[in-house]
Design a protein around this ligand. Structure first.
Ligand SMILES: C[S@@+](CC[C@H](N)C(=O)[O-])C[C@H]1O[C@@H](n2cnc3c(N)ncnc32)[C@H](O)[C@@H]1O
Length: 213
């Protein structure tokens, strides 16, 4: 067998271009461009108790927030970045009629600029001066831990920020504490996460909700 160049199969320029396009498209399918406003744009860090909602739950909660805040309303997402991201995507009815901020311990969310407010539940009232009391039409919170200690500190922040309406997402085991600390009632809607959690999660509100009932 000869090993001369004549024996090496040659591809035409057109075939090479088509092959290159095929590989490029395959790469794009495997590594979709990250949309900074999509749920899950920031990887979960379980060390910070981060468990993101699935798309359906994030959408339902964002729709509820829009409905409850009303036109021109202000929404505070407390340890609840997926709802902020879902609102920010801007494709939901009324999303452009509300403004939202994300209060978070994880500084990766500072990518949202002025809408990011650093928040550590251990210092519940350590907030920037620009955030006045009772300045949000709806506060939605999903505390990092299922403990009375954590929820009671989160409740201090919620009461400071809220004009009245509160939506809490946390474990079903927190029902009594949610009632005692914030006068919240459990809804029928079952929030779901992108990874299944061992604990049953629920939503709680201090108002009547059609979307979560
Ligand atoms: C159970 S997750 C709730 C996230 C929600 N399911 C979502 O998809 O947006 C708890 C949240 O608390 C935040 N967190 C962790 N430590 C915190 C702290 N010390 N103070 C306030 N928030 C904290 C995490 O970054 C995370 O976003």
């Amino acid at each position: 067998m000869s090993d001369s160049d004549d024996d090496i199969p040659q591809l035409s320029v057109a075939t090479l271009a088509a092959l290159q396009q095929f590989y490029d498209e395959q790469k794009m399918d495997q590594e979709p461009a990250t949309d900074l406003n999509s749920v899950g744009a920031v990887d979960e860090d379980w060390g910070m108790s981060q468990f993101w909602y699935n798309e359906e739950t994030a959408t339902r909660l964002a729709e509820e927030a829009i409905q409850q805040a009303g036109k021109g309303g202000r929404i505070a997402c407390l340890s609840c970045p997926s709802v902020y991201q879902r609102l920010k995507k801007g494709d939901l009815d009324g999303a452009n009629d509300v403004t939202a901020v994300v209060l978070e311990f994880d500084r990766r969310f500072s990518m949202y600029g002025d809408a990011f407010i650093f928040y550590d539940y251990n210092n519940p009232l350590s907030l920037p001066e620009t955030i006045g009391p009772q300045s949000f039409d709806l506060v939605i919170a999903d505390p990092p831990y299922l403990s009375e200690e954590c929820l009671s500190k989160v409740a201090v922040t919620v009461k400071f920020l809220s004009k009245g309406k509160t939506l809490l997402c946390t474990g079903a085991i927190m029902e009594e504490h949610a009632k005692k600390l914030m006068d919240l009632k459990m809804c029928n809607f079952l929030p779901k996460h992108s990874h299944n959690l061992a604990n049953e999660f629920r939503c709680y509100t201090n108002y009547e909700s059609k979307l979560l009932s």
